[in-house]
Design a protein around this ligand. Structure first.
Ligand code: ATP
Ligand code: MG
Length: 363
């Protein structure tokens, strides 16, 4: 097997999944081809639509094939009317985090010149930070609580472990070093917590400090999560990499997507020691599915994150170069301000955006 061969499992899922995944795969393929990569894609079925037809949301065979790939490229799953018997939405992608142990939820927030940010400050053009959301434990690890029968009280448990926190923090420091971010907030890892109120968060902060001491070349800081939300609006250009607890990361990520201009702009990755899933932050957008209106930018940028991950993991700079090429093509497509996705009030549909990025990629 060539060192530049990578197997990628593609899960288009539901809603707008099919219509934005296919063209995004073509762009990832082209960026890879230019860098001399041998990318092999296999499309697999899973999601609410499949569940409605067959009673199975994620066939075990497809799961095993996805788990055997070098990376998983997923759009979104779930449809409002398709539910499990207990009333919860069919979203088998959530199980991937647990089953594949994807503890680091990477949510970059970068403004794109040419795309308006809701912040009027001109410095908003330089927003470039990453939330690293712990995704396997914390408050969301126990969604059912322990006392659903109780008439008076309801509770959930916020539990974090040193093993996972240590890995998450290490990941954050490594990421800060690799990013080579410029500007005021550069080379900074900020632990976002609630150490003043919750003892588990106080412990996590101590563990963070111990990991920070092993990365003296990167600046380390703490911020309370409420103040962090304030700072993300007041001067987000001062932020760089922010590891945080599961639920805090969930909430702050939506705020971050809004800073980027819209749901269709925000990419993400869920990364573990052995597996990784790359998908846009948005859902299946059933209200606009099949109309050619969906913004494929987040899906394309998630593909760039995937190329960068593959290159970093296999120590193949060519794949990281392909990631940079694809990201630059997206930026170039938006730079003059004429490309404006429909969700941002413009008239550029899926095809217009894909074609614009394709043209920049072609030279
Ligand atoms: P989930 O629970 O999976 O997050 P959701 O219903 O909360 O799903 P989305 O499916 O992301 O959220 O849709 C929220 C809104 O954003 C919808 O109006 C949808 O049309 C819009 N939206 C989401 N993704 C895109 C996109 N890529 N392009 C354009 N509009 C989008
Ligand atoms: Mg949502």
């Amino acid at each position: 097997m060539s060192p530049l061969q990578f197997d990628i499992a593609v899960l288009p899922g539901d809603g707008i999944g099919a219509e934005i995944t296919a063209p995004a795969v073509e762009l990832v393929k082209e960026a890879g081809r230019q860098a001399g990569l041998d990318l092999r894609f296999e499309t697999l079925e899973a999601g609410a639509g499949l569940y409605a037809r067959t009673g199975t949301a994620f066939p075990e065979e497809n799961f095993q094939r996805a788990a055997a790939a070098d990376a998983i490229y997923l759009c979104a799953m779930g449809l409002p009317d398709v539910r499990y018997p207990d009333g919860t939405e069919v979203g088998p992608q959530h199980d991937l985090r647990k089953r594949l142990n994807l503890y680091a939820g990477v949510r970059p927030c970068r403004t794109m010149p040419g795309v308006p940010s809701p912040l009027a400050d001109p410095r908003a053009a330089t927003i470039d930070f990453v939330i690293v959301r712990e995704s396997t434990e914390g408050l969301f690890a126990f969604p059912r609580g322990h006392d659903l029968d109780d008439e008076e009280y309801a509770h959930n448990l916020l539990r974090v472990s040193r093993t996972v926190c240590d890995k998450l923090f290490d990941f954050a420091f490594r990421l800060a070093r690799r990013r080579h971010r410029q500007g005021a907030g550069k080379n900074l890892v900020t632990h976002v917590d609630k150490a003043n109120v919750l003892s588990s968060q106080h412990r996590a902060r101590q563990w963070f400090d111990a990991v920070a001491a092993r990365h003296p070349d990167v600046r380390a800081a703490h911020q309370y999560v409420d103040f962090c939300a304030f700072e993300m609006v007041r001067r987000p250009w001062m932020l760089d990499v922010m590891p945080t607890e599961n639920q805090y990361g969930d909430i702050l990520s939506d705020l971050a997507s809004a800073l980027m201009g819209g749901m269709g702009m925000a990419p993400s990755a869920d990364i573990g020691d052995r597996h990784a899933v790359f998908q846009p932050c948005h859902g299946t957008a059933p209200d606009i599915a099949g109309q050619g209106k969906a913004n494929p930018t987040a899906m394309i940028l998630s593909g760039a994150m995937m190329l960068d991950y593959l290159g970093d993991k296999a120590n193949q700079p060519a794949a990281c170069a392909a990631a940079a090429t694809l990201t630059r093509a997206v930026e170039a497509a938006y730079a003059d301000g004429t490309l404006r996705p429909m969700e941002l009030g413009g008239s550029s549909g899926t095809r217009d955006i894909v074609d614009a990025v394709g043209r920049r990629l072609a030279g």
